[in-house]
Design a protein around this ligand. Structure first.
Ligand SMILES: [Zn+2]
Length: 596
């Protein structure tokens, strides 16, 4: 995945409450104990429970009373998730981000899935009544989930009744794609379209718009084509932007005042600046205020659900229960992704559990299936944990899901944490992700492309680590941590011993340090565990990779009351083999090297 917010060390999964699924569930759970039984059973709590645990107020310095829904059900990314809402809030405008299909959230009082604050660090999913919204902000691209017939109908009713609709297009390859794009089909009802090709504005490229006479063109690009237009529809208002880049910016928003002279363009719009976040958000705030004018500001309290580093405020409305996983997705989700989720997620889970036998968690994995730029997130800072995939491709969601699934798995190990990225850390998750990429997506070569640690000049004649491995990897690895070097070393162990060494290593660690369960192992201690696991001394190999270790040999080990003699593992710092997706053997028994 490209980005995720994950602590490097995961809490070990406890499996003391396997009873959760069998215990009697209260029909209207009220106490934290009754509520815990619900979320551990994978259930979203009823409206009545949500009313007992109100959300915190949004922090607004001024309050226009205008409620805006930031739609992420057609396109989701980190800017919409974690940046835009706060910036808009600073303009005195209230926001709720939403992954739910639009028709499920636009009726005031409709049940929306959110997280509610029940206790410190416990925020289970619950149904919560939708507030009234003044404005819906949405965007999409041709590859994103479309606007369903139900969504289009609901939006039309919303706008006719006085709602504001701010919609942004994005670049379209050709006329055929433009004609087939559901966003354009929706816009055709209002006499507008996003055109293929490019227009330039303030140095940025974006598509041009086509609008009929019902529209007022607010901004034109350098060749005179419209890029921002507005119209009235019934009691409501529509603002159409060629691209969300007109209000998006990569940088963190500063607090400086808006540039003088920024306001005043037709339709109440400031001009978008190419690189000034404050100017850009001012532009959007003006568009929101204009679009909101068809209905009175909702006002009232601002006890709204927020993202909290995860997928909130509003989660997808549809759910599918698979073994050990509760998937939330929106009805408009790309059908192929829903099929992939149904068909492959249980199989991927089974594969990773087969490679890494682990205690089954006491609670299901809550998985949010999102569409947009590739990536994902995982929430481990509070319960229940949540993970997500953000991708519009089946390969993408299989890969991200494998990664997030492995993060939840401790393997047969209940003691100590190791320095190879941690028991359930990024290297661990990425390692099994690589196996899933190979098995399901046809990725070839060494796991995670770990052969990239070799210098270009390497031809087999070099013997010193510094001559074999790239400087950046070598330097990081010598006394510390280098992800690719870790995967390289692990691939070399898969090459020699087959894939059983990994769960056996986890098991040896759990046995060896069971009286010191919170110990943070040194590299030496962890390499001892690994050597015991494979029955050979791995120290000489690690030293040849350039790892600085205080010990040269580990000839004899005491393990579970027996003395083991460990011959030197005959592994050289040579290029790795290909990713191994073979099944494992019995990890509690000694393993022997594969025939080379
Ligand atoms: Zn991760």
């Amino acid at each position: 995945m490209q980005r995720s917010i994950l602590p490097t060390v995961f809490a070990l999964v406890l499996f003391s409450v396997m009873l959760a699924g069998c215990a009697e569930l209260a029909s209207t759970p009220a106490t934290p104990e009754e509520i815990a039984l619900w979320w551990k059973a994978g259930k979203t709590l009823p409206l009545e429970t949500a009313s007992k645990y109100p959300q915190a107020e949004l922090r607004l310095t001024s309050d226009t009373g205008v409620n805006v829904l930031i739609d992420m059900s057609h396109k989701c990314d980190f800017f919409l998730l974690w940046t835009l809402g706060e910036r808009v809030n600073r303009q005195g405008i209230r926001t709720i981000g939403s992954h739910a299909t639009l028709d499920s959230v636009l009726t005031p009082g409709a049940s929306c899935r959110v997280r509610i604050p029940v206790a410190d660090g416990v925020n289970p999913f619950a149904w919560w009544p939708a507030p009234k919204f003044n404005v819906v902000l949405t965007e999409g691209a041709p590859q994103d989930p479309g606007y369903t017939t139900e969504e289009q109908k609901m939006l039309k009713r919303f706008i006719r009744g006085g709602g504001g609709f701010i919609v942004s297009g994005s670049t379209v390859r050709d006329q055929k794609t433009a004609d087939e794009w559901s966003l354009n089909k929706m816009l055709s009802d209002y006499g507008a379209a996003v055109l293929p090709g490019n227009e330039t504005y303030e140095g940025g490229r974006m598509p041009a718009l086509q609008v009929n006479r019902d529209w007022e063109v607010v901004l034109k690009g350098e060749t005179g084509k419209p890029i921002y237009a507005t119209r009235q529809y019934g009691k409501g208002r529509i603002a159409l932007l060629a691209s969300s880049n007109m209000y998006r910016s990569a940088g963190r928003g500063g607090r400086a005042a808006r540039a003088p002279g920024a306001a005043g363009a037709a339709g109440g719009a400031a001009r978008p600046g190419a690189s000034d976040p404050d100017k850009q958000i001012g532009f959007l705030a003006d568009a929101i205020k204009w679009a909101a004018a068809g209905s009175p500001p909702v006002g009232g309290d601002t006890r709204f659900p927020t993202a909290m580093g995860g997928g909130g405020g509003i989660y997808p409305e549809t759910e599918k229960r698979l073994e050990g996983i509760v998937c939330f997705y929106s009805k408009n989700q790309i059908p192929e992704l829903v099929r992939t989720m149904n068909n492959d997620f249980p199989a991927i889970t089974k594969d990773i559990y087969a490679w890494l036998p682990s205690p089954k968690p006491e609670q299901p994995m809550y998985l949010i299936l999102c569409s947009g730029d590739g990536g994902g997130w995982a929430v481990n800072a509070y319960l229940p944990k949540e993970a997500s995939t953000i991708s519009t491709s089946s390969d993408g969601i299989r890969s991200i899901f494998g990664h997030e699934q492995a993060h939840t798995m401790s393997g047969p190990c209940k003691a100590a944490d190791h320095p190879f990225g941690g028991n359930q850390g990024e290297e661990h998750a990425g390692w099994f992700q690589g196996k899933i990429n190979a098995k399901y997506n046809g990725d070839k070569g060494p796991n995670r492309g770990c052969d990239k640690v070799f210098r270009q000049e390497y031809d087999g004649s070099q013997k010193e680590a510094e001559q074999i491995f790239k400087k950046a990897n070598c330097d990081a690895w010598r006394t510390g941590h280098d992800r690719l070097m870790i995967w390289y070393v692990w691939q070399k162990l898969d090459d020699r011993y087959g894939p059983t060494w990994y769960p056996r290593w986890r098991w040896v660690q759990g046995q060896r340090w069971k009286d010191d369960p919170t110990r943070r192992l040194t590299w030496e201690e962890s390499i001892e565990d690994m050597s015991i696991a494979v029955g050979e001394d791995l120290f000489p190999f690690f030293r040849k990779t350039g790892k600085e270790l205080s010990r040269e040999r580990f000839e004899k080990a005491e393990f579970m009351g027996k003395t083991m003699t460990l011959p030197v593992a005959p592994i050289e710092p040579m290029p790795p083999g290909n990713v191994c997706v073979d099944p494992i053997g019995d990890y509690t028994k000694p393993i022997t090297a594969k025939k080379q």
